[in-house]
Design a protein around this ligand. Structure first.
Ligand code: GRF
Length: 199
């Protein structure tokens, strides 16, 4: 059973879809979420974790003197929970070098666009969908990728597209993409688990 950590900062709907998938979906019997880490004490995702009786911790950067001690605490939490795959789900900080090194090839992130388009530093949330609408793109979608040292640059694991019509506002696109995110993240996790089991 693959032990998952989910790192969050906000609403946690992607985290919820992963949890649901381990209970009744394609991850049932394959994976379980054993730890939720938030950098935001007010993240609704923490309430979701509590409702699911999943261990959650809040690790706030402001409580540490430097980046290294912050990252080491994150790493300790992951190691103590014997985590096998780290899933970023709306986590709004860049993951520290120590974590990427320790969990190389096992840190996943979801981005609400078809990378490499509309990605990179500063491209998150509504900004992504506004850029897609402004560019009159005929489609958008969600990408799950491996996390490297630079934002949104890791190898793509899976992508799922949505149609964008000229009438769509950025809010319409955001809604369509979020629905697809909830489908594609569990699929990506399963793909990584299957690959690791068979290689
Ligand atoms: C999602 O749109 C995801 O693509 C982005 O942040 C948002 C997280 O939403 N990285 P939620 O917290 O999972 O509801």
């Amino acid at each position: 059973m693959m032990r998952l950590a989910v790192l969050v900062s906000g609403g946690g709907s992607n985290m919820q879809s992963i949890i649901d998938s381990t209970k009744t979906g394609i991850l049932k019997g394959l994976a379980q979420v054993v730890l939720v880490i938030s950098n935001n004490p007010n993240a609704y995702a923490l309430k979701r974790a509590k409702n699911e009786n999943i261990k959650s911790v809040c690790v706030e950067r402001k409580n540490f003197n430097d980046e290294k001690s912050f990252n080491n605490t994150m790493l300790e939490e992951l190691k103590n929970a014997d985590v096998g795959i780290v899933c970023l789900a709306g986590y709004m900080r860049m993951i520290g070098h120590e974590i990427i090194k320790t969990y190389h090839g096992r840190v996943l992130n979801i981005h609400p666009a078809l990378l490499p388009k509309f990605g990179g530093k500063g491209m998150y949330g509504h900004r992504v969908h506004e850029a897609v609408v402004k560019a009159k793109e005929p489609k958008s979608g969600a990408t799950v990728h491996f996390v490297e040292e630079e934002y949104d640059t890791g190898e793509v694991i899976i992508q799922q597209e949505v149609e964008v019509s000229e009438a769509d506002t950025s809010q319409d696109v955001a809604k369509k993409v979020l629905a697809v995110e909830h489908q594609v993240y569990p699929k990506a996790i399963k793909k990584v688990i299957d690959f690791r089991l068979n290689n």
